[in-house]
Design a protein around this ligand. Structure first.
Ligand SMILES: NC(=O)c1ccc[n+]([C@@H]2O[C@H](COP(=O)([O-])OP(=O)(O)OC[C@H]3O[C@@H](n4cnc5c(N)ncnc54)[C@H](O)[C@@H]3O)[C@@H](O)[C@H]2O)c1
Length: 369
């Protein structure tokens, strides 16, 4: 367990509050326990949900709230977890920073680059730390990839390809049916690109050192049948295909499906001038290179990491708060770069053209990445 400190005492554990007690909140409850954070409060607009979570993972001192402002007003809380629908992320994160709390915010970070910029400004003004959970996928096999890349084993990386297909997994439709907000663009900001794409874009940008993305081109599709009640808003994509060009010449593609007539699949390929990496859920981590003409070498490494990823994010945040930032968690400037790529992809799909990105945010992401 990480050494933890609170702002009030060097020996006491951090005290946290979980705001949003829906489907993902038990994951945060477990991670608090594993990272040594006290569940001081739980909060949901729906009191029944908050009470249920307090019973599941709270302690006798966990208080229950329906208004996050009550939580933020408490001096005994060091850290808040924001696990509301996406539309709540920026307002609650900014209010928490202004109240002097560190923040662990679910992914995707925000609905718009302007919200990301407001979070960056609030973080700087507060002196507190914010981490986003799009970095959940920077652990496990990704740590091996990071080591290979850092050791120069890939040479210059020129191509990254990520494919993620679900057979039938639209949140709010086929899975977690109560969470209908996932399919409403005003609350979710988009479909599979916001839900799962954030992890993969984050992970690949992180592995390749946050290259500046110059242009983004994308298509989206929605059209599978569903049995939602009449009047339900469903205006986000089920499939998104993206091609992004970095200024350094590397190209990135992402093919993301909430639903497809295809077996479930998750495959990441990273190609460099000296070596290549292929990661899939089913196979070991594979590194491919050559030691001379036609002397191909393929290395496989079992990579299973049983540590729960959310716990690792919290441990890194705790270390960052203590001044020993391991540099793994998604920072606000990196989150801005992700939102810019995401919004450009959705704009490209809507307008049927390639979108050029302004470089400012990505420059910052690169600096801090
Ligand atoms: N469900 C998953 O498997 C999953 C996995 C990873 C990440 N996430 C992310 O976690 C976040 C939450 O997702 P979820 O699936 O738990 O959604 P959910 O709909 O199950 O839960 C969200 C909860 O937030 C509450 N809420 C909304 N605004 C609030 C506010 N201002 N104060 C207090 N409570 C508020 C709602 O009442 C609801 O109970 C999203 O950003 C999502 O992308 C979800």
């Amino acid at each position: 367990m990480s050494a933890v400190t609170s702002s009030t005492s060097a020996t006491k554990p951090l005290r946290g509050a979980i705001i949003g007690c829906g489907d993902i909140s038990p994951d945060h409850g477990k991670a608090y326990a594993e990272a040594g954070i006290v569940v001081a409060a739980v909060c949901d607009l729906d009191r029944v949900r908050a009470e249920r979570r307090a019973k599941e993972f709270g302690t006798s001192e966990t208080t229950i709230h329906t208004d996050h402002r009550e939580v933020l007003a408490r001096a005994d809380i060091d850290l808040v977890t924001v696990a509301t629908p996406v539309a709540g992320h920026a307002p609650v994160t900014i209010a928490a920073l202004q109240a002097g709390k560190h923040v662990a915010c679910e992914k995707p970070s925000t609905l718009s680059p302007d919200e990301n910029r407001a979070i960056i400004a609030a973080e700087r003004a507060s002196g507190k730390r914010v981490v986003f959970f799009s970095s959940r996928y920077r652990y496990g096999a990704a740590t091996l990839a990071r080591d290979y890349i850092a050791a120069g084993e890939l040479g210059d990386i020129y191509r990254v390809d990520m494919r993620f297909y679900r057979r039938r997994g639209r949140p709010g439709v086929d899975i977690i049916p109560d969470a209908r907000w996932f399919i409403d663009s005003t609350l979710a900001g988009g479909g599979v690109i916001m839900d799962m794409g954030q992890y993969f874009i984050d992970n690949t940008m992180s592995l390749t050192g946050w290259p500046r993305i110059a242009t983004v081109s994308a298509t989206t599709f929605r059209g599978f049948p569903h049995q939602l009640p009449a009047g339900t808003t469903f205006d986000v994509e089920e499939h998104c295909s993206i091609f992004a060009r970095a200024e350094n010449g590397c190209s990135f593609s992402y093919d993301l499906a909430w639903m497809s007539h295809h077996p479930p699949m998750r495959t990441l390929t990273i190609l460099g001038t000296k070596g290549g990496i292929r990661m899939t859920d089913e196979q070991p981590f594979c590194f491919h290179t050559e030691k001379g003409p036609w002397k191909f070498v393929d290395t496989t490494t079992p990579w299973r990491d049983d540590t729960r990823q959310s716990t690792l994010v919290y441990r890194d945040l705790i270390a960052a708060i203590a001044g020993n930032d391991p540099g793994v968690g998604t920072t606000p400037t990196q989150a801005l770069a992700l939102t810019e790529i995401t919004r450009a992809a959705l704009q490209s799909a809507k307008e049927g053209r390639e979108i050029a990105l302004a470089p400012a945010a990505q420059k910052q992401a690169q600096k801090r990445g």
